[in-house]
Design a protein around this ligand. Structure first.
Ligand code: PLP
Ligand code: COI
Length: 359
């Protein structure tokens, strides 16, 4: 057993928990436990456990606090209609965690340890999965450089932690069509950089652009490529899809600067299996605007674990603004939202073997 269970001696009461689960939103309600595991050059991966979620001590000279050697993941546990709990393609998160680790010169957590940590934590905190439609337990594995040293080098010690957080909708006020601000000043990722890794630094550098989006009255920022500021890449924490009047769906290609989203990959697989024309091709911001205005493009949506499938209603830039389709949820967007969530919740056949029940 790599993650022995050391129960929280003072868990939240059932009554208090029920209150917190009424409208959990995203990222604020945490469970009673967490998973931890350490790595050192001498001992490798060791000292795993599921224990009480609590603040931990960290030396102020820990490398992560200075040079941001950190990676993370995001996945959800769902309650199926028959009461069992299940994960959606968790091995994909395990593999992306390994790729992120390689890019940040960190040790790769073996896939089975990643999966064991997640499953053991979900079992310990099963009561924290909200019962209402759309509820899930969001899991946040992360790895930090814990060596106490100010030299710039890959650390020789790391701490792996998994948090669990009861989640409803990512969006305040529930799901609705969102508006995007196109950042022509800030970029998220450059060729050769860390765009395809899930490291905290990518999100730190996205914040000023996200702040600008909010100031401009938009919900989220959409980033363009760093070289030409011409090609649409992705949002700060979601991939993007375009739907055309002729039935084609398109998403930007994975060329090193975009996070390879598991939701993105799943929608591509579903669309291909349905016989839709699918393109992983670059799409220029000027074309998005022209196609939305001409009616050639009918819908656009964002997707990711936290955001699931979210329609895009309006897009604005420094000297332009346009509405996508009707400005509300389009048919194709709704179709993929419904198909994906039906599979995730065990209400539709799982032809791809994506749903992993937790025994
Ligand atoms: N792009 C970014 C930058 C993200 O942070 C995320 C979220 O994880 C995604 C895309 C979507 O990835 P996934 O579908 O694996 O959650
Ligand atoms: C996710 O969807 O899991 C993300 O990581 C997006 C955001 C919350 C960072």
């Amino acid at each position: 057993m790599s993650f022995p269970f050391v129960p929280n001696p003072s868990p939240v009461s059932a009554q208090e928990r029920a209150g917190r689960l009424v409208d959990p939103g995203f990222g604020r309600v945490f469970t009673d436990h967490m998973a931890t595991l350490r790595w050192s050059e001498a001992a490798g991966w060791h000292d795993g456990r599921i224990c009480a979620r609590a603040p931990f001590q960290i030396d102020p000279a820990s490398a992560v606090l200075h040079y941001a050697q950190e990676i993370f993941e995001g996945l959800k546990a769902y309650r199926l209609d028959d009461g069992a709990l299940a994960l959606f393609r968790p091995e994909q998160n395990a593999r992306r965690f390994q790729r992120s680790a390689r890019r940040l010169a960190m040790p790769e957590l073996p896939e089975d340890l990643f999966l064991q940590s997640i499953e053991a934590l979900v079992r310990a905190d099963a009561d924290w999965v909200p019962g209402q439609e759309g509820g899930s337990l969001y899991l946040r594995p992360f790895l930090i450089a814990s060596e106490v040293f100010l030299g710039v080098k890959p650390a020789s010690e790391y701490l792996y932690v998994v948090l669990a957080s009861s989640a409803g909708s990512y969006w305040k006020g529930g799901a609705r069509a969102i508006s995007l601000w196109v950042s022509h000043d800030y970029t998220r990722a450059a060729p050769g950089g860390t765009g395809e890794a899930k490291c905290g630094g990518n999100y730190a550098t996205s914040l000023v652009a996200q702040q600008e989006a909010i100031r401009r009255g938009c919900d989220q920022v959409v980033f363009l490529d760093a070289g030409e500021r011409r090609w649409i890449e992705e949002l700060g924490g979601m991939n993007i899809f375009f739907v055309f009047a002729d039935g084609t769906i398109r998403t930007p290609p994975l060329a090193g600067t975009i996070l390879p989203g598991i939701t993105r990959d799943s929608i591509l697989a579903l669309a291909r299996a349905e016989g839709l024309r699918v393109e992983e091709e670059p799409y220029a911001i000027a074309d998005w605007r022209a196609d939305a205005e001409s009616g050639r493009l009918t819908e656009s949506f964002a997707c990711g674990t936290a955001a699931v499938v979210t329609p895009i209603g309006r897009v604005a830039g420094p000297d332009y603004g346009f509405t996508v389709g009707t400005g509300a949820t389009g048919q194709v967007t709704q179709h993929f939202l419904d198909r994906l969530t039906a599979i995730q919740r065990g209400r539709a056949p799982d032809a791809h073997g994506w749903v992993q029940r937790i025994g």
